[in-house]
Design a binder for this molecule. Structure first.
Ligand code: GLU
Length: 424
């Protein structure tokens, strides 16, 4: 069986493909040349399973999506108190490039440019050269992505040609003694950070690293402390979407960060990371179709952080028993999207063929509609591959057993699936 998750992602892309609202950012000349029709999505679970659809390998610059990750690095190197001496934690409700400082002259948060320029200056110590600082950042982002990433020099030069706004922010910060480097060096270092070249698959894994308490879920490397990830996600949730942050949290409910190259990430703590690419932006500088994808994912997959449906804690596959003819997969707990993903992954790995196979819902405490839909699709695929599939569902959790091939999933008795020698 092939897990239906990539097909599901493809379907979501198709549902937003015709939306052509918004404009590609052109204040950085090189960005204006991006193909506006690019559309990609990737999703990575905290267990390290990565799925993608569309233009998932198209490279683009990370831009402001670097901000939460570099903030996390500063927290990791220096701790919250020291970082808070130079940048606050409050949402600004202002545009990303606003010349905005709090009354004590600190930038209000690390997700707007003023705050991000300050945070960049903390990396590798105040005496670091620009070159060493950028290299420290590049190698850290490479660990997060699980591959060596590079700075896109052309994009970086292009942004530097038109960096008056960021230069004026840096001059302002230096005049108040918040940064020590001269304005040009500070902007060069910050813009290099923004010009790291990545794709949505990299971003999904990076985002899942935050969701996973700082352990990169694919390489297994521990990069950040769990406390640092929690703080970073908290700041993303209140400040990540600029002046659209409040509306985003209400409608989508996933801590997120956007970038002017059209990237967007969302991180669901303890569950998964998602990333999208679509370069046309709305007035707040957030990707129009990226936002639409997240709205759809949130409502359709039950991913809103404030949803009272967010219950999990046990592994959804309680046990799998099989012999040459029969297989029974016992599920447990609350089957939300993340649990569904884990079940489908298990079914894919086992490569069942020509089996009498049942999914047992006896120990399941709740079933989200996304779980019902996708597990049915998984069973349909197993059936297509020659297995005989059924449900053990005495509590009637699977309210609609019709499958997309027009047949109805049969119900079975647990007793008919006893494997010799096992204890039920
Ligand atoms: N490098 C961009 C800037 O500072 C990043 C802005 C963004 O992605 O929102 O203008």
């Amino acid at each position: 069986m092939k897990t239906p998750i990539p097909f599901y992602l493809d379907k979501i892309l198709n549902s937003v493909r015709d939306e052509d609202g918004g404009e590609v950012a052109d204040y950085i000349p090189q960005l204006a040349e991006a193909n506006p029709d690019q559309l990609g999505v990737a999703l990575c679970s905290v267990t390290g399973h990565l799925y993608s659809a569309g233009d998932a390998e198209n490279r683009f610059t990370i831009q402001s999506i670097s901000k939460p990750f570099i903030y996390a690095l500063a927290l990791q190197e220096l701790g919250l108190n020291e970082v808070c001496e130079v940048v606050g934690l409050e949402p600004s409700g202002q545009a990303f490039n606003e010349l905005s400082l709090a009354n004590d002259h600190r930038p209000v948060n690390p997700m707007i440019n003023a705050g991000a320029i300050v945070v960049n200056q903390l990396i590798n110590g105040v005496d670091s050269s620009v070159e060493d600082r950028v290299e420290r950042i590049r190698s850290y982002v490479s660990k997060l992505a699980g591959r060596e990433v590079d700075v896109d020099k052309r994009l970086c030069d292009s942004e530097l040609e038109n960096a008056e706004r960021n230069l004026s922010i840096a001059h302002m910060l230096r005049s108040y003694g918040i940064i020590q480097d001269d304005a040009h060096d500070a902007v060069l270092s910050y813009v290099s950070q923004c010009a790291l070249s990545i794709d949505v698959r990299d971003l999904a894994v990076m985002s899942a690293t935050l969701a996973n308490g700082g352990r990169q879920p694919v390489t297994g490397e521990k990069i950040l402390d769990a406390d640092v990830c929690r703080l970073t996600l908290a700041v993303m949730s209140s400040c990540g979407m600029y002046d659209g942050a409040g509306r985003w949290m209400a409608e989508v409910g996933i801590p997120a960060k956007s970038g002017v190259a059209g990237g967007l990430i969302g991180t669901l703590p303890g569950q998964l990371g998602v990333a999208t690419l679509s370069p046309r932006l709305d007035e707040q500088g957030n990707s129009v179709r990226g936002t639409a994808i997240f709205q759809e994912l949130s409502s359709d997959m039950g991913l809103h952080l404030m949803s009272t449906d967010n219950r999990f804690g046990v592994h959804p596959v309680r046990s799998v028993d099989e012999d040459d003819e029969t297989a029974i997969i016992r599920l447990q707990g609350h089957i939300n999207f993340t649990a569904t993903e884990a079940i489908l992954h298990e079914l894919e790995e086992r490569q069942f063929s020509e089996k009498r196979l049942a999914l047992d819902f006896s120990q399941v405490s709740g079933l989200h509609q996304v779980g019902r839909r996708m597990l049915k699709e998984g069973l349909r695929r197993l059936k297509e591959e020659g297995n005989e599939v059924a449900l053990v569902d005495d509590n009637g959790l699977v309210t609609d057993r019709a499958m997309s091939d027009g047949t109805v999933l049969p119900l079975a008795d647990k007793e008919d699936y006893v494997i010799a020698g096992e204890e039920v």
